[in-house]
Design a protein around this ligand. Structure first.
Ligand code: ADP
Ligand code: MG
Ligand code: MG
Length: 254
């Protein structure tokens, strides 16, 4: 069984004003096939956790560890992390001018698997996946995310997820900006990926809405750079009623 383990993780970010500590000791263990929701107020460090797992150069790990099946993820380059089976769907997916979606997917698939996918099966896989995500076929030949709406970018992230078949996926606010129909389509894609490959999922969200369609096994409330409370799906329901107020200090210094 595959396990992604985060222990005592401390991360700071490089800003124009210097380095600023964001994560203050995060512990999290995700086994394959498990869905962990990370919920928390804005600015609590959720995206920082996602970027640290993915190896974004702006985020410096000051302490703690991340391992994937015992292998030291922090010692891996961004590419090595992808090959090891980690996937990040970003809160703000980047546009890649001059690279078509179809070329990007094939190149990424080839890099991750170490060999090019057989062309016929590949084309069918891409087409089927796009169809399930209700993406028009023209999106294959458009430049990656260029001019895509917010919802189209999120679907495109799930398309990558379905085709690249990682072991663990970090989905950072994949629900933000989606209308109900798109939210259902995206959620179905995530659930399909879990059912097909035993994907382990770190589902970062500010709102409980997506958790009606993707049922988490565990919910972690993230406040000020660490996990403040943990529970099962019932914790998400409580947050829906109560919000994050009781986790926040009386005075918030911005
Ligand atoms: P969340 O995703 O929970 O909203 P973030 O991880 O995006 O939180 O941000 C946590 C804190 O770190 C915020 O105060 C944010 O302003 C700060 N931060 C994150 N990334 C940067 C950056 N690149 N430059 C400056 N500040 C940053
Ligand atoms: Mg935010
Ligand atoms: Mg964020």
């Amino acid at each position: 069984m595959s396990t992604l383990q985060i222990s005592g993780l401390q991360v700071s970010v490089d800003t124009d004003q210097g380095s600023k500590q964001i994560l203050r000791g995060v512990d999290l263990t995700i086994n394959e096939g498990e869905i962990h929701a990370i919920m928390g107020p804005n600015g609590s460090g959720k995206s920082t956790l996602a970027y640290a797992i993915a190896g974004h150069p702006k985020y410096t790990v000051d302490g703690g560890s991340i391992t994937l099946d015992g292998e030291d993820v922090l010692a891996m380059s961004v590419d090595e992390r992808a090959r090891a089976g980690l996937f990040l769907a970003m809160q703000y997916p980047v546009e890649i001018p001059g690279v078509t979606n179809s070329n990007f997917l094939r190149t990424a698939k080839t890099a991750i698997d170490g060999e090019a996918p057989p062309i016929r099966g590949w084309i069918k896989d891409v087409r089927d996946s796009m169809q399930r995500l209700r993406m028009d076929t023209t999106f294959a030949e458009r430049n990656v995310n260029e001019g895509f709406s917010g919802g189209e970018k999120k679907r495109n992230e799930i398309l990558q997820l379905e085709l690249l078949k990682p072991k663990f996926a970090v989905l950072d606010e994949t629900d933000s900006g989606l209308d109900v129909d798109a939210l259902k389509i995206v959620s179905e894609g995530v659930n399909r990926a879990k059912a097909a490959t035993g994907l382990g999922i770190l589902l970062i969200t500010h709102y409980t809405r997506i958790l009606r369609y993707i049922t988490p096994d565990f919910v972690h409330v993230f406040v000020a750079g660490r996990v403040a409370e943990e529970g099962g799906p019932e914790l998400a329901e409580r947050l829906e009623d109560e919000g994050y107020d009781r986790f926040l200090p009386d005075t918030v210094v911005l």
